[in-house]
Design a protein around this ligand. Structure first.
Ligand SMILES: NC(=O)c1ccc[n+]([C@@H]2O[C@H](COP(=O)([O-])OP(=O)(O)OC[C@H]3O[C@@H](n4cnc5c(N)ncnc54)[C@H](O)[C@@H]3O)[C@@H](O)[C@H]2O)c1
Ligand SMILES: [Zn+2]
Ligand SMILES: [Zn+2]
Length: 366
């Protein structure tokens, strides 16, 4: 029997989000219904609301979530009812050319549930990033569920489902940060601070945090930044070079997604260093660089989709590090709010007041 539950939708471009009844079908083959326990409010949800991703309104928002599998469809073997899972937005196919080459984190054919969740009048909803988790229960592809340690706090580990994984992976997976490296991170929101935490866990010895907001720089220290630079007051390229013996950093992570910060990242890295672009630019943005510098400075210019993560490999590992006190996921949780507070959380995010507001749902029957 399909279930009717409460969920948060963006009905039209720019309009305030609404808490409405959402109809969730029973899971079909390869699908799972998950009772959501917590879901972080990410910038991408706001992008959806503002029509910045596509026009497939109404959207069921939310995608950084953890919960408990309630039911699975035919043929599902990877998860079972009762499993505590973090949801991911790149369920890999195992069959595309990237997967067949042994690089499943690049999978070019990731998948979501085939059935649609709807409004009570039958209007189909587009779930944000193929998840849609500001809702009591959601329907996803079973491959979007990654089982993790059930003792972990859902509000904290749900954040692994998007921004925190993207940032951590940008430093560690894409940037390949290792012991003794110098790292600079430009933009210290949820993503950038996770990159700092990743660099710290990987053994980087110099970690320079760059932001235009001193509150963010203060938080960056907590995640392991050894130095901070306010780039509204100081040239970040000069500052990063000074802090790295005059050379620049081995790895620079750009977590803003703007041409000027990309250019800073390009010139703030050492010869043969690596730039990782994890910030997402809007389609109108252009970068112009002297080609001789692209050649002459060597190294690599990379982009990082979802931190080049493999959820089945990376989520349980990060939950272990969290449970051992080596990765402070709790510090990303600025506040816990209800399903009715998403619009207010957007406003706080825009003012830079939070790393993450996390919507926490009451347990069914509690
Ligand atoms: N690649 C991926 O898979 C992936 C996943 C999630 C998010 N993202 C992207 O990562 C970026 C950051 O996301 P977030 O959630 O951390 O956002 P956020 O809004 O929390 O943080 C952005 C930070 O950048 C700082 N900033 C803004 N302009 C700056 C400038 N000129 N110089 C230095 N710092 C500046 C802000 O003060 C803020 O601290 C976004 O573009 C987001 O879309 C990418
Ligand atoms: Zn694939
Ligand atoms: Zn996100």
């Amino acid at each position: 029997m399909p279930q009717t539950v409460k969920g948060v939708i963006a009905r039209s471009k720019g309009a305030d989000v609404e808490l409405v009844d959402v109809v969730v079908p029973d899971p079909g083959p390869g699908e799972a219904v998950v009772a959501v326990q917590a879901c972080g409010v990410c910038h991408t949800d706001l992008h959806y609301r503002e029509g910045g991703i596509n026009d497939e309104f109404p959207f069921l928002l939310g995608h950084e979530a953890a919960g408990v599998v309630e039911a699975v469809g035919e043929g599902v073997t990877e998860v079972a009812p009762g499993d505590f899972v973090v949801l991911n937005w790149r369920a890999v196919c195992g069959l595309c050319r990237a997967c067949l080459k042994g690089r499943p984190w690049y999978c070019f054919a990731t998948h979501n549930a085939t059935q649609k969740m709807t409004l009570t009048d039958g209007t189909e909803l587009t779930p944000a990033l193929g998840i849609g988790a500001f809702v009591e229960k959601t329907l996803v592809a079973a491959g979007q569920c990654t089982r993790v340690d059930p003792d972990a706090d859902a509000a904290a580990v749900g954040l692994l489902g998007c921004g925190v994984m993207a940032g951590f992976g940008a430093a560690v997976n894409t940037g390949g940060v290792g012991r003794g490296d110098s790292v600079a991170v430009i933009g210290c929101g949820g993503v950038g601070n996770a990159a700092i935490a990743g660099a710290n866990v990987a053994g980087a010895t110099t970690i320079v945090a760059v932001d235009v907001d001193d509150r963010k720089l203060e938080q960056a220290r907590r995640f392991g930044a050894t130095h901070t630079v306010n780039s509204a007051q100081q040239d970040p390229v000069e500052a990063i070079r000074e802090l790295t013996g005059g050379h620049g950093a081995d790895v620079v992570v750009e977590a803003v997604g703007r041409p000027e910060t990309y250019e800073q990242a390009f010139y703030a890295r050492d010869l043969a260093g690596t730039v990782v672009l994890v910030g997402v630019p809007t389609p109108d943005k252009q970068v112009t660089l002297p080609m001789i510098d692209v050649f002459g400075r060597g190294g690599s210019l990379k982009s990082s989709w979802y931190g080049d993560c493999l959820p089945s490999r990376d989520f349980p590992m990060l939950v272990d590090l969290y449970r051992q006190g080596r990765f402070d996921l709790d510090a990303f949780v600025s506040e816990r709010v209800g399903l009715g507070d998403v619009e207010a959380a957007f406003a706080k995010m825009e003012k830079g007041e939070v790393l993450r507001s996390v919507v926490v749902l009451e347990e069914a029957g509690a």
